[in-house]
Design a protein around this ligand. Structure first.
Ligand SMILES: Cc1cc2nc3c(=O)[nH]c(=O)nc-3n(C[C@H](O)[C@H](O)[C@H](O)COP(=O)(O)OP(=O)(O)OC[C@H]3O[C@@H](n4cnc5c(N)ncnc54)[C@H](O)[C@@H]3O)c2cc1C
Length: 442
């Protein structure tokens, strides 16, 4: 079966769902293909940062988001002996929601899908996997896919690859990728129970080991960091040795480690940092992890993917409505989003090299002493890392044509007074309404 759409989005992760919602709000016909049957899947990060929270408010979805089960983090602190040192204090950000909300990613994706379904030009096809790109005269004109109704193809003016760090579309496109050496991997698991009320996001380090604990509703999500290539060794040591490692790093949670029954509950993440050189070829654009895989350091992958989607929608909604986009218009998306990507990846690589690896090598138990001294002496400096993690460089605002009045949970459609896709004052071609490059102010 062959169908036509204007923009075919492959992948219903944060990048794909935000791009789908925003383009549909611009009146662009959008089809999203998602290979899974639902959004429930393995843990893939649950951090929703202040930049994304502000975006949800601008989209009129802030109240619906507040109704989701969530916990909040307002600081990242490193325990250093008796005293901890605050590294990032989100309360210092001048933004409406100065905290990180920890929300299961499937709840966020469901919320975005619900909001997108309210737009008549939006179609989401779950359980449908893109398998091949369609080419015509050297141009991508859509994709072939397999789904519940068998195989088919969707032809589109633009195919947006949002299929994540293992992107099939980016492989099929032949786009060149630049990979950066990474010496660490991560292992994710859960421990039962809750953290103390005043808990800050506190990396634990010692004796060549490193771990970060994220308090969640009713459980703790834990990231254990180790040298790359040591997964087999870690599994060979067995669950008892692993439990001991955890108990030593976080003695206050030692009594819960028995809940980890086997190493099967400890999921390995092959940490990668890479970046496409051009992000597009004629008819195809990659964004989110498909354009740049991130390290889990800083927990910024979701937010950067969301920001890419906003930048892409702001630049491409107009051209899509006018019969485009041209390759030059696609190249503008990379130009807009390259700086934030490079800044985050460079910081992540610096943190790998100067903090995480020295800890794993047993050379240090925390951040470098001069940094600790500086942050203790001038606590206002904790706003800088808070800004870089929470807002990021060039944080995107919702373009005017995507904004809606606040919607309370369960409200089906925006009211008649809200900006519609065809609102003349809100021409998508005008692009982003208030790009505050580098500013934490709403
Ligand atoms: C274990 C783990 C922990 C993480 N922790 C954090 C964290 O704490 N904070 C954070 O910000 N980031 C975290 N990340 C990174 C974060 O998940 C990604 O950066 C972010 O999800 C990228 O969004 P995306 O939309 O670009 O891609 P993804 O979220 O990867 O979405 C891609 C989507 O495409 C679908 N798909 C793939 N191939 C096809 C196909 N052929 N056809 C149709 N659909 C397809 C997939 O099913 C998926 O839904 C973590 C990642 C992992 C793996």
């Amino acid at each position: 079966m062959s169908t036509d759409t204007t923009c075919l989005i492959v992948g219903g992760g944060p990048a794909g769902m935000v791009a789908g919602l925003l383009l549909a709000r611009a009146g662009v016909e959008v089809t999203v293909l998602e290979k899974h049957a639902d959004f429930l899947r393995d843990f893939r990060g649950d951090t929703v940062h202040p930049s994304t929270l502000r975006l949800l408010d601008e989209l009129g979805l802030g109240e619906r988001f507040d109704a989701l089960p969530q916990s909040r983090l307002d600081r990242v602190a490193f325990p250093m002996g008796e005293r901890s040192v605050t590294i990032a204090d989100f309360r210092r950000l001048r933004t409406s929601r100065p905290y990180i909300a920890m929300v299961p990613q499937w709840d966020l994706l469901d919320l975005l899908a619900d909001a997108a379904h309210e737009e008549p030009t939006f179609t989401l096809r779950m359980n449908t996997r893109a398998t091949e790109l369609l080419w015509e005269n050297g141009r991508v004109v859509g994709a072939r896919h397999e789904g519940p109704d068998g195989s088919g193809e969707t032809r589109a003016r633009l195919t947006l690859a949002c299929d994540g760090r293992g992107s099939l579309l980016r492989d099929l496109s032949g786009l060149q990728i630049r990979e950066f050496p990474v010496g660490i991997d991560a292992w994710w698991f859960r421990l039962p129970g809750s953290a103390p009320k005043e808990f800050a996001l506190a990396p634990r380090a010692g004796d060549g080991r490193f771990m970060v604990i994220f308090p969640r509703e009713g459980y703790l999500q834990v990231a254990y960091i180790g040298h790359k290539g040591t997964d087999a060794q870690l599994r060979e040591r067995g669950i008892a040795a692993f439990r001991e490692d955890i108990a030593e790093l976080a003695p206050e949670f030692a009594d819960r480690t028995d809940a980890l029954r086997s190493m099967d509950e400890v999921k390995h993440l092959d940490v990668r940092v890479d970046r496409l050189r051009p992000w597009h070829t004629d008819g195809l654009l990659c964004i989110g992890d498909a354009a740049h895989a991130m390290s889990p350091v800083g927990g910024v992958g979701i937010n950067l993917a969301v920001q890419d989607a906003v930048g892409a929608a702001a630049l491409l909604a107009g051209p899509l409505r006018k019969g485009g986009p041209t390759p030059a218009e696609l190249a503008r998306v990379r130009r807009r989003r390259l700086l934030p990507t490079v800044v985050v990846q460079t910081l992540q690589r610096l943190i790998h090299r100067n903090i995480v690896t020295p800890i794993l090598d047993g050379r240090r138990a925390g951040p470098p002493k001069p940094v600790v001294g500086l942050l203790r002496r001038f606590p206002a400096l904790t706003r800088v890392p808070a800004f870089l993690i929470g807002m990021g460089v060039r944080s995107e605002h919702a373009p005017a044509f995507t904004r809606r009045a606040p919607q309370i949970p369960q409200v089906a459609r925006p009211g008649p007074g809200s900006a519609g896709p065809s609102g003349s004052a809100d021409d998508p071609a005008a692009g982003n309404s208030g790009d505050s490059a580098g500013s934490a102010h709403p």
